[in-house]
Design a protein around this ligand. Structure first.
Ligand code: NI
Length: 277
């Protein structure tokens, strides 16, 4: 268990600077006497033998995790699997972009990323924490974003946790996830409302909400200019017992599909005439 904790601590320390509002939310909840339990982390990668879902999962498999669920996001061209541990350690949700189904330009950027990762490959136990080892260009990011927000995010941030998730079931001060959402907004943070603030319902035994990603500074390695783009976010998940009385342990594809959009730019920024190229 100690090894699992150390691995999650590494992911957390790497993720938090890209989601500073999560630190503020967690501090506020703890000040109110809450105990924070992580339901799951989500990792993003590119489809490939060396760096695909199964490769990123290996360090977790080595620690006793097992694959539990498979998911397809047809429109976003994503495939995902989730892992669970026999203990109550957090779940791990890993998705990969089937970039071969995207346009030639995007394919070429993704292939270059994979070549770069191969060149700079770290020890397999640190693979999911490799971050970005290739130069960043805002123009390339914008071009990717137009076709796949997921590809753009991965190009900007590389291999690392995309979000951590506060387990609603372990909070005491909220009567419902709606109640928690109101508290989050009152505290000054914005929620992802794609598909509604709450994804899922009691019938699918999983209800989720999430903050919108914090905008974080990133340096364009070509021109040296600093831009702000969506980094990482914090999710909240409430699990409900199914007919057998067991708390549902999986994920719901329709909900996850909308949660992915937490790393989208704000709707204002998405208007083409407002983009600053
Ligand atoms: Ni999630």
């Amino acid at each position: 268990m100690e090894k699992i904790k150390t691995l999650f601590d590494q992911y957390y320390d790497d993720w938090l600077p890209l989601c500073p509002s999560a630190g503020q939310i967690i501090t506020k909840l703890e000040a109110d006497g809450e105990t924070i339990k992580n339901d799951h982390i989500a990792l993003r990668t590119l489809q490939s033998k060396e760096f695909g879902v199964e490769a990123i999962a290996q360090p977790f498999l080595d620690l006793g995790y097992v694959f539990k669920g498979d998911y397809i996001f047809k429109e976003k061209k994503l495939r995902a699997r989730h892992l669970e541990h026999p203990s109550d350690a957090p779940r791990v949700f890993i998705s990969e972009l089937e970039f071969g189904k995207l346009g030639k330009e995007t394919q070429s950027v993704c292939q270059n990323i994979l070549n770069n990762l191969k060149k700079n490959q770290k020890h397999s136990c640190d693979l999911g924490l490799s971050g970005r080892s290739w130069p960043f260009s805002k123009a390339v990011y914008d071009a990717l974003y137009r076709e796949s927000e997921y590809a753009a995010w991965f190009y900007a941030f590389g291999l690392r946790a995309n979000h951590f998730t506060i387990s609603f079931n372990h909070l005491n001060g909220f009567s419902s996830i709606t109640d928690l959402n109101i508290w989050i907004k009152k505290a000054g943070f914005s929620l992802n409302d794609s598909g509604g603030e709450i994804k899922g319902n009691p019938e699918c035994f999983l209800m989720q909400s999430s903050t919108m990603s914090d905008d974080v500074p990133i340096v364009d390695d070509k021109c040296g200019q600093i831009f702000k783009i969506p980094g990482c976010y914090l999710e909240f998940a409430q699990r409900l017992p199914d007919a057998s009385g067991q708390f549902y342990g999986g994920f719901v594809a329709n909900s996850a599909d909308k949660i992915f959009e937490s790393t989208s730019r704000s709707s204002l920024d998405q208007q083409p005439n407002r983009l600053k190229y």
